[in-house]
Write a protein that binds this ligand. Structure first.
Ligand code: HEM
Length: 597
């Protein structure tokens, strides 16, 4: 090895040990690339000028030195990551993940990040090393230490990927975040929620009418599409004072199509923040995303110009902007939060509602139980009644959020410099820790029969919940979801209104698999299709199956005759119809046993 090579290699190794090994570098990717490209040219120019060497020779020498230097850095980095000196050496995990997060991105290429994490936990246990300095954890004892208000853990580098944009969701500084959260909470107070209720109802009513039309024409509907329209229209209404009109037009806004494309990138490259940040700085890659950002800004600008007749979340943010003395900074917050307003709540509510409809179609007993419960509430149940007097509905929603949390791969935190102690386990400092909700919610150590949809675990069978700390679809602690009550109100109202009016089944040829297996994990869910048929519910409440049951061998099965159709029914052999199936026919001849309602 010649002297120059030795110097280059040693410089590389020391650069890693003294500089790159410490602190955060994810936001400097572009800077490093620029330096790597520019420095050789500058140095070569100096060598040519000072030593009088030919340009080409100087450039070759400098580039050779640079490559050797980079080789030194990367060899040192990779060896260190798998060495017994690394602070995460004792945690199990695949060697390829220890070497580089790029492996994680590669495994996420099919948008099944949540399943990937599930498999890793199945193989390696509750603590898995999923990156050079990253752990995925499904230990309920660790929740307090990592998420509680008094935890020293902060948001991980992942949240800084939107830099330099300012927004509540991207703020890593605890004090700054707390201040912004106070501004947001004015728009989400109990009083505001009360005002939002009737406006949310109007949008739900539009959805109900659309479904009613499809129902009259006996047409199936894609629930994933229509619930998305609802949740975005509601966020337009609550966020900016007017819906986006998608329920009326039946068409997705172009801006939201762009948003979906952008989410795909997040699903794959989001696990490697430095790479994601570099990619989003490349103009032709970020062009579409910039259009979406501009559209969000425009919503806020338009809202500022309108005199508000109604209250909304933007009103609180704009008020704060008007009071602010630091105008430029305040404007930055307003722009950043306009995006959060649109994105944060819509996807999550839509996916939760679609998975809820899947479970209703899959087992109509849930529909029946909720309907009976709603029937016991006097008058049309409002949001407060649904919260306090519909325990099964609430348990049903809780179970949907357990099995299908809207952020399936969870959220990330960073441990403080001194690390964190979880009982006998020490998690070293400056480590990114992730709690993957989908996997955590299905841990057999935390929930009995973890993969089974059982709303009863939140009601009559609490013994099925072993560790309630593991349940955190809305996150937990200082950064937890600020829109939780709004989301729950919207979900309760939507499900109640749909169940009160319709019976819900899978459309012909649908079994829900496209939703369960085809949905993509791109931080929130990119939903697969779910084709459903809705039918006006005419035979509500208990149905006396005696006539059906009295037929020998009927086994509680037969037909229910409503005003104009014959439905196939299944009973429990006692007095309840618990599944009402397809319309068999409009005449009695295809219906071998009938029961007139
Ligand atoms: C089922 C519905 C929803 C679920 C499951 C959900 C889940 C979450 C989770 C897990 C976080 C925490 C992220 C973290 O720890 O960094 C979060 C944050 C947030 N959510 Fe939601 N969310 C839902 C609906 C909504 C709605 C309707 C809004 C509308 C206002 C909203 C606004 C926000 C905001 C602004 C944050 C950031 C809070 C902060 O930084 O302090 N979410 N959400």
């Amino acid at each position: 090895m010649d002297f120059q090579t030795a110097i280059a290699l040693v410089s590389g190794i020391f650069s890693h040990i003294l500089y790159f090994r410490n602190g955060e570098h994810h936001s400097r990717g572009i800077l490093y690339v620029r330096l790597a490209l520019l420095l050789p040219v500058i140095v070569a120019a100096h060598v040519t000028y000072l030593l009088n060497k030919p340009v080409l020779l100087a450039l070759t020498l400098v580039l050779k030195f640079e490559l050797q230097y980079l080789f030194g850095i990367y060899t040192s980095i990779l060896l260190y990551r798998i060495s017994p000196f690394h602070r995460l050496r004792s945690y199990p995990g695949p060697i390829t993940y220890r070497l580089s997060k790029l492996t994680h991105a590669f495994h996420n290429r099919t948008f099944k990040g949540y399943q990937n994490l599930y498999s890793l936990h199945q193989k390696y246990g509750d603590y898995v090393r999923t990156g050079p300095s990253e752990l995925s954890i499904i230990d309920p004892d660790a929740v307090e230490a990592i998420f509680a208000f008094n935890s020293q853990c902060t948001r991980a580098a992942w949240y800084g990927m939107a830099d330099p944009i300012k927004a509540i969701f991207h703020t890593r500084d605890r004090a700054e975040h707390e201040k912004r959260r106070q501004v947001w909470s004015q728009g989400l107070s109990v009083k505001s929620l009360k005002e939002y209720e009737s406006r949310i109802e109007q949008h739900i009513q539009k959805l109900v009418e659309k479904i009613g039309d499809a129902c009259a024409e006996k047409k199936p509907l894609n629930a994933s599409t229509w619930l998305n329209y609802l949740s975005f229209d509601v966020m337009g209404e609550i966020g900016f004072g007017r819906g986006f009109g998608m329920l009326e037009s039946g068409e997705k806004l172009d801006a939201l199509k762009i948003l979906e494309n952008g989410q795909m990138g997040l699903g794959i490259f989001g696990v490697v923040p430095w790479l994601f940040m570099m990619l989003t700085k490349i103009p032709w890659i970020s062009a579409e995303h910039d259009v979406f950002v501009k559209w969000c800004e425009k919503q806020m600008e338009d809202r500022k110009k309108r005199t508000a007749k109604v209250t909304d979340i933007a009103a609180a943010l704009i008020r704060n902007d008007a009071d602010s003395t630091e105008k430029a900074m305040s404007q930055q917050w307003l722009i950043g939060d306009s995006r959060i307003l649109i994105v944060a709540g819509s996807d999550a509510v839509a996916s939760s509602l679609v998975f809820a409809l899947y479970h209703l179609a899959q087992d109509p007993l849930h529909t029946d139980t909720i309907r009976k419960e709603l029937g016991r509430i006097s008058g049309k149940p409002d949001a407060v009644a649904l919260q306090n007097q519909a325990p099964y509905l609430n348990a049903f929603i809780a179970e949907v959020l357990r099995l299908w949390p809207p952020n399936p791969s969870g959220v990330l935190r960073q441990t403080p410099r001194d690390g964190v102690q979880v009982g006998p386990i020490y998690i070293p400092g400056d480590v990114t820790v992730c709690m993957p909700f989908w996997t955590f919610h299905r841990s057999p150590k935390c929930f009995l029969r973890p993969d089974t949809f059982l709303p009863e675990r939140w009601l009559s069978q609490p013994e099925l919940i072993l560790r309630s700390e593991a349940y955190m679809p809305f996150g937990y602690g200082a950064y937890a979801c600020i829109g939780k009550q709004l989301a729950l109100m919207e979900m309760r109202l939507t499900l109640a209104r749909l169940i009160q009016r319709f019976d819900i089944w899978f459309a012909s040829g649908e079994d829900g698999r496209r939703l369960l297996e085809g949905s993509k994990d791109w931080f929130t869910w990119g939903l697969g299709d779910l084709m459903l048929v809705f039918a006006e519910h005419r035979c509500c409440g208990n149905v006396d199956l005696a006539a059906v049951d009295s037929q020998p061998g009927s086994n509680g099965q037969g037909c229910v005759v409503t005003r104009d159709a014959y439905f196939r029914v299944k009973g429990d052999g006692a007095n309840n119809v618990y599944a009402i199936g397809d319309v068999v026919s409009s005449s009695k001849k295809d219906c071998h046993r009938g029961l007139m309602l």
